[in-house]
Design a protein around this ligand. Structure first.
Ligand code: FMN
Length: 417
C-alpha cells in the first residue's frame, strides 16, 4: 500500500498514530508518545472520554451543521485548536509551519510552542488564520521578552502561559533510550567514549535503516533542529538540548505574570495553560488572564492527577460567575470526544497527540486527514445525537449525557495512545 493511500484509508486517528510510529524512529517518536511515570494520567485522559455515554434524540435531520465557535474574539470554524507541542520539526520538516498551514485551512488556530524548531515568523506566515504563542521562560526574562516582542511583531494574537512545568515529568521509556547521548558530537570524546559513540550508532542503525524516508527528510531539513524561538543575548538560538534542566531553572510563578502582561500588552489575550483546580483558575482571573486551559499536559508532567475531563466536571461548576473562557486539552482522539467536551461548556479543545499522529504520519496530507477524521466524527456525532450546532451542544449540557451503567472498563478498547 502506498503512503498516500494509507493516509486516505485511515478511519481514525489511531490508524495515523500507528503510521506515524512506522515512519518515525522510536528514539524520536517516543518523545511524543510518552506520559510521565506509569502513564496512569495519560491513559486516564483517554478513558474518561470513553467512559462517557450520550443521549440520542432521534428523528432529527439537519440540512447544515454549525461547528463554529468563538474564543477570545477569534472565530474558529471548528471547535478545536492545535495545542503547543515542542520539537515538531523532528517528526516532519518545518513541522510547525506545516501544522499552521493545515490549521488555517480548517479555519482554526495554531498554538506554537516556545520549544519549536521553526522560526515563529515563518509559522505565522504559513497560516491563513491566527496563531497563538506559548511561552516558557527558558533562557530567562530577557530571552522571554525577546520572544514576546517577536511574537507580537509576527502577528501572534494570544499568548499561552504554561504553568505546569516547574520541572519536566519523568517519561521513562524515552529517557531509557538516552536520546541526547545519541546526538553527542564525535569531537572532544576520549578513546573509550568514542567506542561508546560508535556502539550507540550501531544500536540505532536498525531503526534508522527501516525509516529512510524520515532520515532523508531530516537531513534535507538542516539536520538536528535548534530552538530558533529562544534567542540568547548574542543572537544565537538555543541548541537542541536537555530541556528538563532548562525548565527547572526558569519555572514561571504568579509573580511573573505582571511583567509578562505588561510586555505582551494589557489589551491582548493571555491564556493560562495547565490549570487543575478552581483555585488556580480564580488566581488566573485575578492576575488578569482571559482564559484558562484545563490541562495536565497530556499526562506528561505529574502522573496520578485526575484526567482532564474529571477536572472539568469537578472544578468548572465552582466558577459559575467567572468571566474566563474555558478551554481544555488531553485525551481527545475523535470527534465524539470533542462533542463530549463541548457538552461540559468548553469553548474549544486543544489537540496534541492527534495532531502529532497526522503530521508524523505524512506531513500536510497526514494532518489534513487527521483533522478530516475529527471533523467527520464530530459532524456524524452531532447528526446522530440530534444537535445542529456547537452552541446547542453547550446549551444542552448534561441533557446530552447519561449515566453509564457498564461496570469496570473491560468494555473499553485497549489503550493505544
Ligand atoms: C510531545 C509533546 C510535547 C509537548 N510540548 C508542549 C510545549 O512545548 N508546551 C506546552 O505548553 N505544552 C506542551 N505539550 C502539551 C500539549 O500542549 C497538550 O497539553 C497535550 O498534548 C494534550 O494532550 P493530548 O496529547 O492527549 O492531546 C506537549 C505535549 C506533547 C505530547
Amino acid at each position: 500500500m502506498t503512503v498516500s493511500s494509507e493516509l486516505r484509508d485511515a478511519l481514525c486517528t489511531e490508524d495515523l498514530w500507528r503510521r506515524m510510529r512506522k515512519r518515525v524512529p522510536p528514539i524520536v517518536s517516543e518523545y511524543f508518545v510518552g506520559g510521565a511515570d506509569e502513564e496512569i494520567t495519560l491513559k486516564g485522559n483517554v478513558k474518561a472520554f470513553q467512559q462517557t455515554v450520550l443521549n440520542v434524540r432521534g428523528a432529527t435531520r439537519f440540512e447544515t451543521l454549525d461547528t463554529s465557535t468563538t474564543v477570545l474574539g477569534h472565530e474558529l470554524a471548528v471547535p478545536w485548536y492545535i495545542s503547543p507541542v515542542g520539537s515538531l520539526r523532528t517528526i516532519y520538516p518545518k513541522g510547525d509551519a506545516v501544522a499552521a498551514r493545515v490549521a488555517g485551512n480548517f479555519g482554526t488556530v495554531m498554538g506554537l510552542s516556545t520549544l519549536s524548531g521553526t522560526r515563529m515568523e515563518e509559522v505565522a506566515a504559513a497560516s491563513s488564520k491566527q496563531c497563538w504563542f506559548q511561552l516558557y521562560l527558558c533562557g530567562g526574562r530577557d530571552t522571554a521578552l525577546r520572544a514576546i516582542n517577536r511574537a507580537k511583531k509576527a502577528g501572534f494574537t494570544a499568548l499561552f502561559l504554561t504553568i505546569d512545568t516547574g520541572v519536566s515529568g519523568q517519561r521513562r521509556v524515552h529517557e531509557r533510550m538516552k536520546p541526547l547521548q545519541a546526538l553527542h558530537p564525535w569531537e572532544g570524546l576520549s578513546g573509550n567514549e568514542r567506542l561508546q559513540w560508535i556502539l550507540r550508532r550501531l544500536q540505532l542503525a536498525p531503526q534508522m535503516s527501516t525509516r529512510l524516508p524520515w532520515l532523508t527528510d531530516l537531513l534535507g531539513d538542516e539536520g538536528v533542529m535548534r530552538f530558533v524561538n529562544i534567542i540568547d543575548d548574542k543572537g544565537e538560538p538555543m541548541p537542541f538540548t536537555d530541556i528538563g534542566s532548562q525548565l527547572a531553572s526558569s519555572a514561571v510563578t504568579w509573580a511573573d505574570f505582571e511583567w509578562i502582561r505588561e510586555a505582551w500588552g494589557r489589551d491582548r489575550p493571555i491564556i493560562i495553560k495547565g490549570v487543575h483546580c478552581a483555585d488556580d483558575a480564580k488566581r488566573a482571573e485575578d492576575v488578569g488572564a482571559n482564559a484558562v486551559v484545563w490541562s495536565n499536559h497530556g499526562g506528561r508532567q505529574m502522573d496520578r492527577v485526575p484526567p482532564t475531563l474529571h477536572m472539568v466536571q469537578s472544578e468548572m461548576p465552582k466558577l459559575s460567575g467567572s468571566g474566563l473562557t474555558f478551554l481544555m486539552d488531553g485525551g481527545i482522539r475523535c470527534g465524539t470526544d470533542i462533542l463530549i467536551a463541548m457538552s461540559h461548556g468548553i469553548q474549544a479543545v486543544g489537540i496534541g497527540r492527534a495532531m502529532v499522529a497526522g503530521l508524523g504520519a505524512g506531513g500536510e496530507a497526514g494532518l489534513t486527514r487527521s483533522f478530516e477524521i475529527l471533523r467527520e466524527g464530530l459532524e456524524r456525532g452531532m447528526r446522530l445525537t440530534g444537535v445542529g450546532s456547537v452552541d446547542e451542544i453547550r446549551s444542552m449540557g448534561a441533557d446530552l449525557r447519561c449515566e453509564c451503567l457498564l461496570q469496570g472498563d473491560s468494555h473499553l478498547p485497549p489503550f493505544v495512545y
